[in-house]
Ligand binder design. Structure first.
Ligand code: SF4
Length: 323
């Protein structure tokens, strides 16, 4: 990460908060924490464009806790909304009706349902048009506000409302999480990054860096969801930390297609330490451990880090006995 960043430690996080205390999100929600931090870096002049999701409910008139601007769009069309807002701002500035100093940063904010699935067509168009906008996805790996149904971000082995662990399907979801980072990268988006709320300086620097890059910028925040995943809300940031330490959620960025890991866990914690923290994976351990399924997850992580280590010459120690 560039040493020129104004963010050296967490103490450098801007004090100004653009969310008032109290909102209707669940206690411990990683998604709202991501919006809070993101906004701190961008400052006051922000236009948020939101597609249906958990965040929509908390930002609904007249109860919105956000101090900036919020536009709600249909599930599939947030990037199209962002295009309209960006065009309107450019027009007003060009006509002298809005001082350039009052220009706004246009930010799409959605959950994984819109980012990975329903809204992807509009997103692909916006990337293709090189729209200058940020896209913040708070990824809780399912459709949270409708009761936790599977999305294409749902990881292998997770139990959801539509992929419950049952006698017929003892592993829950057997699909593999879509790699949205790569999907954006191969479409030549100039900046793509993953975030975790637990790694605050990394988070702050990436949002800051996006401000120096024109065009579409994707941020995928690993947003712990106590309600859908089944863990105590007080442990939210710990769960977000553990997923990075296990290597399941790599912190990385791509600038013009070149990938770099921004945090490298020197010694990966076994994935089961993370899986055991959540109710959605309980069937992998009870009544007896489904070791084959757990090893599939561990092998996928090992395979990822072996390739990353070779490509970037990283020093990563895999868990003992790793295949
Ligand atoms: S369901 Fe999950 S993502 Fe949605 S508000 Fe609750 S904790 Fe946040």
């Amino acid at each position: 990460m560039a040493t020129t960043s104004r963010f050296k430690t967490l103490k450098d996080m801007p004090v100004e908060d653009y969310l008032t205390p109290g909102n209707t999100m669940c206690a411990g929600c990683g998604g709202i924490l991501a919006v809070r931090i993101f906004h701190k870096v961008l400052g006051p002049n922000v236009a948020w464009i939101n597609a249906a999701g958990c965040m929509t409910i908390t930002m609904s008139y007249p109860l919105s806790p956000i101090k900036s601007n919020w536009l709600y769009t249909a599930f599939a069309s947030a990037p199209a909304g962002a295009q309209g807002v960006r065009d309107a701002l450019d027009f007003l500035i060009a006509k002298g009706r809005l001082p350039a100093s009052e220009d706004m940063k246009v930010v799409v904010v959605t959950g994984d349902g819109a980012a990975y699935d329903i809204g992807f067509q509009a997103t692909a168009g916006a990337i293709d048009r090189n729209l200058d906008f940020y896209y913040l996805c708070y990824d809780n790996e399912a459709y949270g506000n409708t009761g936790f149904q599977m999305s294409t971000s749902t990881p292998f082995g997770a139990s959801t409302k539509t992929t419950p662990a049952t006698e017929a399907f003892p592993l829950g979801n057997t699909g593999r999480k879509k790699d949205l980072f790569e999907v954006w990268r191969i479409q030549k988006a100039p900046y793509v990054a993953t975030l975790s709320n637990s790694h605050g300086v990394d988070f702050l620097r990436k949002v800051e860096k996006g401000g120096t890059i024109k065009g579409p910028k994707l941020y995928i925040d690993f947003a712990a969801c106590p309600t859908g995943w089944g863990f105590d809300p007080k442990d939210s940031v710990e769960v977000e930390k553990l997923v990075v330490q296990t290597g399941i959620w790599p912190l990385k960025e791509s600038v013009n297609g070149v990938v770099r890991h921004t945090f490298v866990p020197r010694s990966l914690v076994p994935v089961k330490e993370y899986l055991k923290t959540q109710e959605r994976f309980r069937h992998l351990f009870e009544p007896a451990e489904k070791s084959e399924a757990v090893s599939i997850i561990q092998s996928q992580v090992n395979e990822y880090w072996r390739k990353a280590a070779a490509a970037e010459d990283l020093d990563v120690r895999l868990p003992e006995g790793a295949r």
